[in-house]
Design a protein around this ligand. Sequence first.
Ligand SMILES: [Fe+2]
Length: 259
Amino acid sequence: MTITRLVTLVREIVTRPGFCHAPQDVHAIVEHISRVNCEMLGLENHRYMKKRKRRQKNRQKQNQDSDMILYQHIFEDEHISVGVFLLPKNAIIPLHDHPSMSVVTLGLFGSCRLMSYDWKTDETRQAQQGEAILIQNKVMEPGDVVVCHPTSHGNIHSIQAIENFAMLDILIPPYGESRICRYYEVAPPPETTTLPSSADGAKQRPEDFVPGTTHWLQGIPEPTLNLEHELYLGTPAAVTQLTPLPNLIFQPAIAHEAA
Ligand SMILES: [Fe+2]
């Protein structure tokens, strides 16, 4: 598998007549993305990975990672967007959604806590506020693939890096004018003033949230993320773009920091 092959296969699937984000359609992509690894993406020498290895050798070493999230953009056309997110330990991508999109995510190195929700009813979905069901609360590790669909399978999700963590994301289709990411927080329901508590009265930790339980989600303004774009240093996707994008919205890439 190469990144060119992956992009080609995914585009074949999503441009088939009748593709409608049905679970069986999107799950066909899982098999392909599962064959991707860090080496293919030029990440084997990435500074996050090097620091992880150094810490494994010397566990007394202080974590000196920046808290900056990095994004490497690999490919985009009107059908799909492919890129790598690198999160330093403890970094958080807060609860957000991917409206009218499917997302296939592969863990590349490190681990994270993934929490994902679905709106409980069409009414709450339309209101973008209200009761939502916790679909997943799991530790995601290298090789794990997570899929969310436009209105189900945890389209609203957050990611917190337990250790330096990298993931490959395929968005189907990319964000656009009618597909704008929105952010949320778990809030007390209107009739209460406090978040759910554990038996001893302490606030619930993320790992204590039980899948299947209902929570109140509240839309919030877009938070300021400490995120920068950096150059993707893996093999480029040598694919003719079906519809080249005239004006990519991405910020200028920055070079890798010297290791
Ligand atoms: Fe996401």
